[in-house]
Design a protein around this ligand. Sequence first.
Ligand code: SOE
Length: 385
Amino acid sequence: MSDKTTIGVGMIGYAFMGRVHSQAWRSVSAFFDLPLVPRMAVLGGRSKESTEAAAAQLGWADVETDWRELIKRDDVQIVDICTPGDSHAEIAIAALQAGKHVLCEKPLANTVEEAEAMVRAAQAAPSSVKSMVAFNYRRVPAIALARRYVEEGRIGEVRHVRAAYLQDWIVDPEFPLVWRLQKDKAGAGALGDIGSHIVDAAQFITGQQLVGVSALTETFIKERPVAAASAGLAATGTGDMGPVTVDDAALFIGRLSGGGLASFEATRFAFGRKNAMRIEINGSLGSLAFDFEAMNELWFSSGGGGFERILVTEPDHPYVGAWWPPGHGLGYEHTFTHEINDFLAAIATGADPSPSFADGLRVQRVLEAVERSAAEGSRYMNVED
Ligand code: SOE
């Protein structure tokens, strides 16, 4: 007889993030030995027909067209929020108040105020009710290994973080005005969508916080064709034009709590860069470098010569032992499987999952400080607590 317990999941949203989360919910217990086995109980979406089609394709047992009904269901113990940022706070707070565990896509919210309310709801919930924000890049084995190296003191004291997240999917001015380009839906542009990832990664790997920033942001294309339909990061437009209300690129420098300096570049206008999430950390004894477009590699310099390439596919590397033999490599989707494994493990053991909503709020405060700085001619802004 199995000593495993089934736990019901209700996921809201089934576009790019919903698809990749579905893949992770489907595969996690086949690869990780967990006391809790997820059951993909309900998929939430607005249109019954499309949600049913997505549920059939992605492996969900049932659908709801009102997220409030999904949260109420007895067969749902975990609520997974894969919607645009404008609905995160309302759904997460209601789910926590209903006693459900919550996994929420990043960035945690569209504003600091919403993120604060989410943290309050997480803190007011019983300690057995868990919440986590989905900064999946923490679960790239090479990034988790970089953190291990920093913790072990292998690069010494952190002096510089040099982080960039470069994409090019909206470089064409005719690319439609999808929700990620609308402030009321996404909160911010490249800054929130991909800048949030590198802020989280920098804080995660170094174990430090950004305490102040100085920033520039720009919107290169001010108007775009209104979107008719979108799927993943692809979209078709109508003949009408509408205003882009978010940044296309954000550049900022910052100071870390340990005294080191950091630079960040988040842009969707880097021709040829598809998902180049890069981070380099220079310490007093050595350096680490990572590029997501070669995500199974971590580069390490221990001081003397140049960089040594570590192929992060060994069984003793973070998460890798659950998968394939050395050299066979992992992909983007595995980072979500790792994230969901860690979330289920926290629920099962009673540990606090990380990154918590409080960690998500901290990132939100950095994003807000970047916007304040950019609005005031790059003035240095403290990240307020
Ligand atoms: C689009 O820029 C996007 O899908 C982000 O929203 C994700 O968080 C990132 O992982 C890939 O790019």
